[in-house]
Design a protein around this ligand. Structure first.
Ligand SMILES: C[S@@+](CC[C@H](N)C(=O)[O-])C[C@H]1O[C@@H](n2cnc3c(N)ncnc32)[C@H](O)[C@@H]1O
Length: 278
């Protein structure tokens, strides 16, 4: 099977179309990455060139199904349990303490959860802390990629996902099975998964109001105007004073004034300003 080559103009047209739809931006250095990621899609759609594929995504009767397939092919799903733990400690620390004072209910949203390690870590840590009754904790988790969400539903993980997981957590909350582990039902049922495109402001607003949003290691794939659009939409899904956690390579310091940055010795996060418009 020979490689279908993407020409410069085709690359630019296709990457702009993709960025418009999903936010994921392939800069010029990623031309060949996009070419290789899309090879099987061209075959599946029975088109011979990237020009035809571009047209297929815009005009075919099956274009929505193809966009959905594309969502799984384009994204980087790298994640693992207990990633950037210092921020998770803020959640079981001051965010939970505040929730107790405000009536004992905690609503958390893992906004781009990939294969589920982030929301399941949140569930395990909140369960371990015992500050809030399990029935008062709501953990919602969304992602663009149907394939990643399929893995969340399966709840089966291999070695790489456990690179930062303490052994006692594995024995307590996982069941070994053929070279990997299933997450326990007790943790699995604490998380509600759903598909979402973070560029869809209406869908983001429809997720409801939360005390904390985790959107880590996602904005790096977006250009600045898209980052701004997404974090401003998050403000509608956060209570005043609500917490926004981003990845450590991501910053919104100069993008928007809806949030107050908080820098502690261990972690950086943002709080929605009390007077930010809802
Ligand atoms: C690198 S993973 C991050 C997973 C997890 N948050 C973490 O920090 O470990 C990035 C995820 O963002 C998702 N993603 C990319 N663009 C998205 C969009 N427009 N809407 C929702 N999810 C998106 C991808 O599908 C992928 O699963």
């Amino acid at each position: 099977m020979s490689t279908i080559i993407i020409e410069q103009a085709e690359f630019t047209a296709l990457r702009d179309l993709i960025a418009q739809r999903f936010g994921i931006y392939y800069d010029d250095s990623k031309q060949f990455l996009l070419q290789s990621r899309l090879q099987t899609r061209l075959l599946k759609c029975r088109v011979n060139t990237f020009v035809e594929y571009h047209r297929y995504l815009q005009l075919s009767a099956d274009r929505e199904a193809e966009w959905s397939e594309l969502a799984s092919v384009l994204s980087n799903n790298e994640t693992y349990f207990f990633r950037e733990k210092a921020q998770l400690e803020v959640l079981v620390g001051e965010v939970s303490d505040e929730a107790v004072k405000m009536g004992g209910r905690l609503r958390v949203w893992s906004a781009a959860c990939s294969t589920g390690e982030e929301p399941f870590t949140i569930a395990m840590m909140l369960r371990e802390s015992g500050k809030l009754r399990p029935g008062s904790i709501s953990i919602r988790a969304g992602d663009l990629s149907p394939k990643a969400l399929g893995k969340c539903a399966e709840g089966f993980y291999r070695e790489l996902s456990f690179r930062a997981t303490p052994p006692e957590v594995i024995s307590k909350y996982f069941r070994p099975f053929e070279g990997g582990f299933f997450i326990s039902d007790e943790i699995k049922k604490m998380v509600e998964f759903f598909r979402i495109n973070l560029l869809d402001a209406k869908a983001v607003e429809g997720v409801g109001i939360h005390d904390a949003i985790f959107c880590r290691n996602v904005l790096i794939y977006f250009d600045k105007p898209t980052q701004k659009r997404v974090v401003e939409a998050f403000a509608k899904a956060l209570r005043p004073g609500g917490y926004l956690f981003l990845g450590h390579a991501e910053s919104i310091m100069r993008l928007t004034d809806l949030y107050q940055p908080v820098v502690t010795q261990k972690a950086v996060f943002y709080r929605k300003k009390q007077d930010a418009a809802n």
